[in-house]
Write a protein that binds this ligand. Structure first.
Ligand SMILES: [Zn+2]
Length: 189
């Protein structure tokens, strides 16, 4: 989650970690905000908002294999596309640290170029950063094309719009590693 807030100072409590604050982890101030991941693009000016709570519901309804994130991809993702609060990395509860992140794939089109798949980590940024710092592997669940569209609000120049579609099916159940109840051993490639 990108945030420009670097310090939250609460009356009577003093400075608190903005990441803990936003997660409702400050015991004196319980809040459970809806979790949304926003991603902005330019040319055209657009914003994509994924409902992370809904993403978790979809994953719970259709269990799947978590995919190991490529450390090189993760390193550049974290450096170029996110803002991490370093002090928060040691605040992540131990039982939360092992929870896989959530990935979506959209088609990105560089100016004058061909559309190409582009992956976005919509949940687990700080867990991933902690794992990378500690040189440990990190996993994430990948949503299918249908799933990510169903929880995405796309705004083009401020107006809610249809996400433009590109040829091809996008991420399928198979690519997302969704367990199919009728799959037999021989179906596993
Ligand atoms: Zn924190």
């Amino acid at each position: 989650m990108s945030s420009i807030i670097t310090r939250v100072i609460l009356p009577g409590l003093g400075p608190v970690c903005p990441e803990c604050f936003s997660r409702g982890d400050i015991a004196a101030l319980p809040l459970s905000p809806k979790e949304v991941y926003s991603f902005g693009v330019t040319q055209p000016e657009a914003q994509l908002d994924w409902d992370v709570d809904e993403a978790r519901v979809l994953i719970a309804a259709r269990p799947r294999t978590a995919q190991r994130l490529d450390p090189n991809w993760l390193e550049s993702w974290l450096a170029e596309r996110t803002s991490i609060t370093p002090e928060h990395l040691d605040h992540i509860p131990a039982d939360k640290l092992e929870e896989p992140g959530i990935l979506v794939e959209i088609m990105g089109c560089p100016p004058g170029g061909e559309p190409e798949p582009f992956r976005i980590l919509i949940d687990g940024t700080h867990r991933a950063a902690r794992k990378l710092r500690d040189r440990q592997a990190y996993w994430a669940f990948l949503l299918t094309e249908e799933e990510q569209r169903s929880i995405c609000t796309y705004r083009l120049e401020g107006q809610v719009s249809e996400l433009s579609s590109f040829p091809g099916p996008g991420i399928t159940d198979r690519e997302a590693g969704v367990f199919l109840s009728f799959a037999s051993e021989s179906d596993v490639a």
